[in-house]
Design a protein around this ligand. Structure first.
Ligand code: SAH
Length: 378
């Protein structure tokens, strides 16, 4: 029922069809599955089916995630036959780096090309607590939020789990050069992770697994625009992963103006789902609240927001709008941002104002790809 509703609303979301991407190969390349898509148990299963010993899976994981080799050939404790079989059946590289740009604050933005020619973005952010990677889950997005650059060309396709995992592996390989580690992952790049739920879950399991990238669940954050049935499903997974909701408005009317998905998933039902999540997991939720000048950023909105989330175990992240040329939103003046924050604090709500990273290199989601897309369609 709820899924039907989503389909209907998503059909309403405008899809601007692009021409073939510039770098798409003329003949369809023979695409192999990414080895990074497989969980350890799936790789064990594959090995069994292919007449190999399941314990090899742990060895392969070690090559992939600890030694981070770039060819199957290098997996020297596997038989030549197995290495060949892996090579025939799987791809070890499905992303190639088109651009990596470093900002003055150390943020690095990667533009990767997929095997079928589409491009995606990944961002490495340096914090005092560690290195955080922001991953993309879809090529484009069909949610249609009115302020967001990622959704401008509609959805092209879902990413496979391996294409999401490889983003982190690629960034880790870059960090290997300076002996540093990816310590945190946020699923806040292009796309709606709950619209690509199964791949997102496999991704989570691989990066979280101790034999995978071993990134602690509490160091991983997933953010959704509010696909209610998936919030229930996610709550029932009982993971320790941090969960964020892009709320952006304190009432139904305003939310549906900013985010068309709110027409399918109403705010009252959404808040019920959020309460279910916090009750079921005992964990708090992060509300992301973009401040869009003159739209949702008055002290009255702050009071209304405080009422809406009263009693929910939560944290509010205020995000001053990132300028997107195709969108008309303007920044909230600094003193008004502080006034908004003050109201929330007065009402006993945990709140922070999000620090900007890499604004000199288009690090906000979808901005680099948007430029690339403009070239693709030339
Ligand atoms: N689709 C998921 C993941 C994206 S996370 C989601 O909606 O949560 C990226 C966050 O940045 C979301 O909270 C999104 O609403 C917000 N965002 C998108 N465009 C923005 C902009 N121009 N300014 C500020 N925040 C923006």
């Amino acid at each position: 029922m709820e899924d039907k509703k989503l389909e209907r609303i998503l059909d309403l979301v405008e899809h601007v069809e692009e021409k073939e991407p510039r770098r798409q190969k003329k003949e369809k390349p023979n695409l192999k599955e990414s080895i990074y898509s497989l969980r350890l148990d799936e790789l064990q299963e594959w090995l069994k089916e292919n007449g190999e010993k399941p314990f090899r899976a742990a060895q392969i994981f070690e090559w992939l995630y600890e030694k981070r080799v770039k060819t199957f050939e290098e997996m020297s404790n596997l038989s030549k036959g197995l290495r060949e079989k892996l090579n025939e059946n799987f791809a070890l590289t499905t992303l190639s780096t088109i651009i990596s740009q470093e900002s003055k604050d150390g943020t690095i933005k990667f533009l990767f090309q997929l095997q079928d020619g589409y491009s995606i973005e990944t961002v490495l952010m340096r914090h005092d607590y560690g290195n955080s990677v922001c991953v993309t889950t879809q090529v484009g997005c069909r949610i249609g939020c009115t302020f967001c650059a990622s959704t401008l060309g509609g959805l092209k396709r879902h990413l496979l789990a391996g294409e999401i995992v490889e983003q982190v592996v690629k960034v880790q390989q870059a960090l290997d050069e300076v002996d540093q580690r990816v310590s945190h992952v946020v699923i806040m790049g292009i796309g709606e992770p709950f619209d690509n739920y199964d791949s997102m879950m496999n991704f989570l399991k691989v990066i979280n697994h101790e034999k995978g990238l071993n990134i602690g669940a509490r160091h991983i954050t997933v953010s959704t625009s509010g696909i209610i049935p998936k919030i229930y499903q996610f709550a029932d997974e009982q993971l320790q992963i941090n969960f964020a909701l892009s709320l952006h408005a304190p009432n139904q009317e305003l939310r549906q103006q900013l985010m068309p998905i709110a027409k399918a998933y109403k705010l009252d039902k959404l808040m019920e789902a959020i309460r279910y999540y916090t009750d079921k997991t005992g964990r708090r939720v992060s509300f992301e609240y973009g401040l869009f000048g003159g739209e949702n950023d008055s002290v009255e909105h702050a009071e209304e927001l405080s009422k809406l989330i009263k009693g929910i175990k939560c944290h509010v992240n205020l995000i001053p709008v990132n300028y997107v040329p195709e969108r008309n939103y303007v920044r909230t003046p600094r003193n008004q941002i502080f006034a908004f924050e003050k109201v929330l604090k007065k009402n006993g709500i945990n709140v922070t104002i999000r620090r900007e990273h890499g604004s000199d290199i288009d690090a906000a989601c979808g901005q680099l790809r948007a430029k690339e897309r403009a070239q693709e369609t030339r």
